[in-house]
Design a binder for this molecule. Structure first.
Ligand code: ADP
Ligand code: MG
Length: 258
């Protein structure tokens, strides 16, 4: 692979192969092109925060990574597997890509622990004992050791979102994708979820995080990507993007929101 056409703006020491590589990604819905050529490399252990106004294509880009959306053209690799190759076994790939959405989508009739056990049992075929052990570990990790046997209706939105994070972590993901994970939460519940995400980042998890939380972006991101109108307008270290944005659009967006 040559580097001329690929965005490798953040080479990591040792030039390890990126864990996610997006190359010239286009996506149209009907006649409307919403992704207009996205190039992005994410390296192992890196935290990339994606900012941008509503409708700029952030969710669509994330969803293309595990092919919840079918790209119109372009290529995406996850580790050494080309996701955009029709022959790729997507279920295998998806096992290693954790995704956390704005809505938690927990099963209301199952406890927190049972929610975290379910995909481990069904997808990874773990034994009941193993799945329960992992569920307990991951729920403790997100600060819910004392809420494992509660049903979602007995948990706050922030706690439910942390269950959803534990559920994703229980699958041993190689990368975690967060799509506005805190946007649906009451303001007082946002902090707890961001703290869990921060802790994950510190632990070396590779993360792509779509968020409007500028404080999180500044503190936690290795790299900030600003999207608008289906293209990456600007990317760089948080200090650079926040402190000295190259593009007028980025400057205006950051000024509006922070
Ligand atoms: P963001 O996450 O940045 O707010 P999205 O990726 O959700 O942006 O959406 C980008 C554009 O694509 C928007 O104009 C949105 O209306 C459109 N879009 C997203 N999903 C669909 C869909 N399934 N069908 C048609 N249009 C869609
Ligand atoms: Mg979105």
């Amino acid at each position: 692979m040559t580097t001329e056409t690929i965005n490798t703006s953040t080479p990591v020491e040792g030039a390890e192969q990126p864990i996610v590589r997006i190359q010239d990604l286009h996506k149209s819905f009907g006649g409307t092109e919403v992704l207009k050529g996205i190039d992005l490399d994410v390296h192992r252990g890196e935290v990339v925060v994606v900012l941008g106004p509503s409708g700029s294509g952030k969710s669509t880009m994330l969803r293309c990574i595990n092919r919840l959306e079918e790209p119109t053209s372009g290529h995406i690799w996850f580790e050494d597997v080309e996701i955009t190759n029709p022959k790729t076994n997507l279920n295998k790939v998806r096992e290693h890509v954790g995704m956390v959405f704005q809505s938690f989508n927990l099963f209301p009739h199952l406890t927190a622990k049972e929610n975290v056990m379910l995909a481990q049992r069904k997808v990874l075929k773990r034994s009941k004992e193993e799945a329960a052990k992992v569920a307990e570990e991951q729920l403790a990790r997100v600060g819910l050791a004392d809420r494992m046997d509660h049903h979602p209706s007995e948990l706050s939105g922030g706690q439910q979102q942390r269950v959803a994070i534990a559920r994703a972590l229980a699958m041993d993901p190689h990368v975690m994708l967060f799509d506005e994970a805190t946007s649906a939460l009451d303001p007082e519940l946002v902090r707890g979820v961001l703290d869990v995400m921060k802790e994950l980042a510190r632990g070396g998890m590779t993360m792509i995080v779509v968020t409007h939380e500028m404080g999180f972006a500044r503190d936690v991101a290795d790299r900030v990507v600003f999207m608008e109108g289906g293209v990456i307008v600007e990317e760089g270290a948080p200090d650079q993007v926040f402190g000295n944005p190259k593009s007028e659009r980025t400057r205006a967006f950051i000024g509006d929101i922070s």
